[in-house]
Design a protein around this ligand. Sequence first.
Ligand SMILES: [Zn+2]
Length: 192
Amino acid sequence: MANEQAERSKNGCELCGSAAAISAYEVAPKAQNSASNTIFICDKCEAQIEKKEALDATHWHCLSESMWSEVPAVQVTAWRMLNRLRNESWAADNLDMLYLDEETLAWAKATGDHEDDGTVDLHKDSNGNVLQNGDTVVLIKSLDVKGSTLNAKMGTVVKNIRLVTDNTEQIEGKIEGQTIVILTRYLRKQGG
Ligand SMILES: [Zn+2]
C-alpha cells in the first residue's frame, strides 16, 4: 500500500493533474484504515474542497478526466465536487455518466456535502479580503465591549484570529489577554 501511494503521489494532483505542491488529503469521514481514504491533491483543489476559497468552476473541468480514476477516494471526491457544481451543464452530464458502486456511493453521500449548492461563505474583512485562522487584523473602529473595561480602540492590532465557524460575520481574537468576538466589518486584515 505504501508503495502504491508513493507511486500515486508522483503523478501530480489526482484531481486536476497539477504538478504544483501535492499533499496527502484524507477524504472524510475518517476511516479506521486511513490509507484507503487518502488522495494526493494540490493546494488549489484542497482550498476549494475545504471551502477556504470560492468555487472556481473552470478549475474543476479536470473532473471530466479524474472521475474515471480507479481510486475510490478520488471517485468520491469527484462525485461530491460535481454535485456542488451541478448547475453547470458539463458537471451534470458527468454526474449522469459517473457510476459508483453501492459502497462507494454510500461513502460519497456520508458527509452530506453533495447537498450544498456550491456557494462558499467566506469570512471577509471590511475591504472584502478573505480572512483565515491565524491572520492579524486591525480594528477600524473603537469597540465598546459590554461589561468590560477592555481598551479596544481603533487601530488595535489583533493577532492570531479564529474564524467563528457558523457565522461569517464574526471572528474571535484576544485583546489585552481576553478573547472577544469581533464583527468582521469592524476590522481590516493587516497587509490586506
Ligand atoms: Zn489539483
